[in-house]
Design a protein around this ligand. Structure first.
Ligand code: PRP
Length: 209
């Protein structure tokens, strides 16, 4: 049995569809949204529905043999997993953003405060790329609220359509990294389980189309 950790939330449908469209499962994983473990006995694949930030943890510890997760999460966590495939779904980017029209003023400010779900990416960017110390405030979501309410000067966050920024009076100041969903594999599973290669090949063919 191969165990696959799939991310709940915005990537869930596209990730599940990859397995269905590449004929790796006949089970409608997308419909079974409340079940956290979905087993397909005919293909010997078991799907775990986990929070995106937890996918690398399940894979690193070998509870899942493989998983689908955004490059943003991988960059933030630096877990010990193999990143085998860019799946070409969930495309977005990580940006430094802030109130519209205030880019120059805020970037020139001496003591900046940044709210983010990605403290490591933020620290790395400011320290290594810009050579600056910043105060980082870790939030778990709705990060755009922080500069509006004065909790931070700017944010580092995911931008997909740009709508959340626009509707909250914010704009992109700098684009930091492109993001897409990746297929990650547990190191031991890759060596021990032959079926992993079959699944990877199926997914690779699907992605190439
Ligand atoms: C993400 C991200 C932005 C938004 C960007 O949040 O943190 O808030 O999506 O998407 P857009 O550019 O298409 O508007 P998500 O919806 O995952 O929820 P969260 O705020 O709880 O993290």
């Amino acid at each position: 049995m191969i165990t696959v950790a799939l991310p709940k939330g915005r990537l869930a449908q596209e990730a599940a569809r990859l397995f269905i469209n590449s004929s790796l499962t006949t089970i409608d994983i997308i419909q079974e949204t409340r079940k956290l473990i979905i087993e397909d006995e005919s293909s010997n694949i078991r799907f775990l529905m986990v929070k995106p930030f937890d996918v690398p943890t399940y894979v690193e510890y070998g509870i899942a043999d493989m998983g689908i997760v955004g490059k943003d999460v991988l960059l933030e966590q630096g877990k010990k997993v193999y990143e085998l495939l860019d799946l070409g779904i969930g495309k977005c980017f990580i940006a430094l953003a802030g109130p519209k029209g205030m880019k120059e003023e805020l970037l020139n400010k001496s003591e900046k405060t940044i709210a983010t779900k990605f403290p490591n990416i933020t620290k790395e960017y400011f320290e290594n790329v810009l050579g600056e110390d910043v105060q980082i405030i870790k939030l778990n979501g709705s990060v755009e609220l922080a500069p509006i309410l004065g909790l931070s000067d700017m944010i580092v966050d995911i931008v997909e359509s740009g709508r959340t920024l626009r509707e909250n009076g914010l704009e992109v100041y700098e684009k930091l990294y492109d993001v897409s969903a990746r297929l990650i594999i547990n190191r031991a599973s890759l060596k021990l389980k032959n079926k992993i290669e079959v699944i990877v090949n199926h997914l690779e063919r699907m992605v190439m189309q």
